[in-house]
Write a protein that binds this ligand. Structure first.
Ligand SMILES: NC(=O)C1=CN([C@@H]2O[C@H](COP(=O)(O)OP(=O)(O)OC[C@H]3O[C@@H](n4cnc5c(N)ncnc54)[C@H](OP(=O)(O)O)[C@@H]3O)[C@@H](O)[C@H]2O)C=CC1
Ligand SMILES: CC(=O)N[C@@H](CCC(=O)OP(=O)(O)O)C(=O)O
Length: 350
């Protein structure tokens, strides 16, 4: 007898995260996308705005109505802006759906930090407490069987996967960490704004939100768990003229001098059996094209003989491992399935 597939709905289907969920879930063996949802274009065929999606089964955009969604689906992905997810998630949970939220609304356990960094009224502490933070390779054990997952931020995924093992092992001084990150423009979503306008971004390279980026406390929240004490990092983001991809170049002082080969060995042991974190051999560093369109996070190391500082380079595709891919990986963990289901593809190259 064939087991029926899990039925999935996607809110925010007309945004970059939503469209990426549709693309990836189309090849998931145990999931059917039965509802694609739009708050602004319900009733229209999704292929009207996205002709490359002509073949999907749930072709007409549905309304966000929780009663309707709970009739059509078992799990709902929220690929919605922050401020919107905090209103929708409790309603879908109440309607009996599992919820996987891609926004920042439920990631910070201290809601005052949310107020400070997002400059927005937070979700209630009770709702934040219900959400399980799904950084799969690190806290994935906490996800199985849960109904409400908060998917990590894109920069956070790249930075924390690159730092957690070294902080946990006590190899680097947590107070010395500097994360210099670059992102492609799709990280800003599909909406139009001046900073992602072609002539503003093309042949340009700019820093933004210096010491004010909303992912700073989220990075610190996970590193504090590794260090067993509060941690403060320096984090600078840059917008670069590419569509997808994040590279975090990270610097830290070592507690004792170790070689890059030692770091390779430590990280290989830490991530043993986790297919989506690939540690480069000593002497090799990853580039964003080497993970493009895939759920991989690739990490490489160098140690400066003169200063003793370690440089860690980490790359992801912001829309896959940084958003839709990790959200599906979280669904796999929730369901007790192999975490790689529906995500086993090779990066697009060149
Ligand atoms: N882009 C990225 O690389 C990453 C994004 N994220 C997070 O994922 C979420 C989605 O991001 P992204 O896809 O880039 O954003 P987009 O701006 O591309 O899409 C967001 C979608 O949300 C829908 N929406 C807006 N307001 C409402 C509302 N009131 N009710 C229901 N739906 C609404 C819109 O669709 P419609 O008008 O059709 O309803 C819109 O298409 C955000 O929280 C973002 O921070 C996280 C990691 C990486
Ligand atoms: C290029 C760009 O603007 N990127 C966004 C990425 C953040 C994001 O996607 O939002 P979450 O906080 O939900 O992860 C930014 O830097 O704010």
């Amino acid at each position: 007898m064939n087991t029926p597939k899990l039925r999935a709905a996607i809110v925010g289907s007309t945004g970059y995260g939503g469209v990426e969920l549709i693309r990836l879930l189309a090849s998931h063996p145990y999931v059917d996308v039965t509802s694609v949802i739009s708050s602004s274009s319900a009733g229209s065929p999704i292929a009207e705005g996205f002709p490359h999606l002509t073949e999907i089964r749930a072709d007409k955009l549905d309304d966000v109505d929780p009663a309707l969604v709970s009739e059509k689906a078992d799990v709902v992905f929220l690929a919605t802006p922050h401020g919107v997810s905090m209103k929708l998630a409790p309603q879908y949970l109440e309607a009996g759906l599992k919820v996987i939220d891609l926004s920042g609304d439920f990631r910070l356990k201290n809601i005052e930090e949310y107020r400070q960094w997002y400059k927005h009224e937070p979700a209630s502490q009770a709702d934040v407490d219900r959400a399980v933070y799904g950084m799969c390779e690190i806290f994935g054990d906490e996800v199985e069987g849960q109904s409400f997952i908060s998917n990590p931020g894109c920069f956070v995924t790249s930075a924390v996967l690159a730092l957690y093992p070294a902080v946990k092992a006590g190899w680097i001084d947590p107070d010395s960490i500097i994360i210099d990150a670059k992102t492609g423009v799709s990280g800003a979503g599909r909406g139009l704004n001046l900073s992602s306008h072609f002539s503003e971004i093309n042949e340009n390279f700019k820093a933004y939100k210096i010491n004010k980026h909303q992912h700073t406390p989220e990075i610190e929240q996970s590193l504090a768990r590794a260090a067993g004490r509060p941690v403060a990092v320096t984090f600078t983001t840059h917008l670069v003229p590419m569509t997808r991809g994040i590279m975090s170049t990270i610097y830290a002082s070592q507690q004792e001098r170790r070689s890059a080969a030692d770091f390779v060995e430590l990280y290989r042991q830490f991530y043993e059996g986790r297919k989506f974190v690939r540690i480069r051999p000593n002497g090799q560093w990853p580039a964003t094209k080497e993970v493009w369109g895939s759920n991989y996070c690739d990490i490489g190391f160098n140690v400066d003989e003169r200063t003793g500082r370690v440089t860690v380079i980490s790359v992801i595709d912001n829309l896959v491992k940084g958003a839709a891919g990790q959200a599906i990986q979280n669904l796999n963990l929730v369901m007790g399935w192999d975490e790689t289901l529906g995500l086993q593809f090779t990066p697009v190259y060149p």
